[in-house]
Design a binder for this molecule. Structure first.
Ligand SMILES: [Zn+2]
Length: 162
């Protein structure tokens, strides 16, 4: 048996952050799908948040490096594209961290009580108002869009809804 447990792998991966969003780990982001450890192999499946995300290669590289640092045997990092990553996978804690980072997160697709929020449109990260609009579908990275709060009159960045 490998001396490393699956829990230890999860813990180690929890210390890797998204290069573009340093406040949140790739585990919290929902990027890490499965971890399997057996005698010969350590297999981690990850899903890119956005298929065109340039940070993805860096993330995959960090995962592989981290596993090797731990002394894992037969390291394999696999990319899983289905089902595709969704902003719905973000935990409430992750959403709160992103909001404090100043990055708005679109509401979940289902089960939200605030029907006032237009599908995919994020609430203002500064004042919480849902009276916002998307001003530019292209933020500073391919994963982000620009929004504008019509209550506190501030522009903000949001993750594109997926
Ligand atoms: Zn606002």
């Amino acid at each position: 048996m490998s001396e490393i447990t699956e829990n230890e792998v999860w813990e180690a991966l929890g210390s890797i952050t998204d290069p573009e969003i340093p406040v949140i780990s790739i585990v919290e982001l929902g990027v890490v799908r499965t971890v399997r450890v057996d005698a010969e192999r350590t297999v981690v499946e990850i899903t890119p948040t956005f298929s065109a995300c340039p940070a993805y290669q860096a993330m995959a590289g960090s995962v592989e490096r981290k596993l090797r640092e731990m002394g894992a045997t037969g390291v394999e990092v696999r990319t899983v594209l289905h089902p595709p990553w969704s902003t719905d996978w973000l935990s409430d804690e992750a959403r709160e961290k992103l909001r404090r980072f100043g990055l708005a997160v679109p509401d979940r697709h289902q089960g939200n009580l605030e029907g006032a929020i237009e599908a995919g449109q994020a609430a203002c990260p500064y004042c919480g108002s849902s009276n916002t609009r998307q001003t530019n579908p292209f933020g500073c990275t391919p994963c982000r869009a620009m929004g504008f709060c019509q209550d506190c009159r501030q522009p903000f960045e949001q993750l594109k809804p997926l």
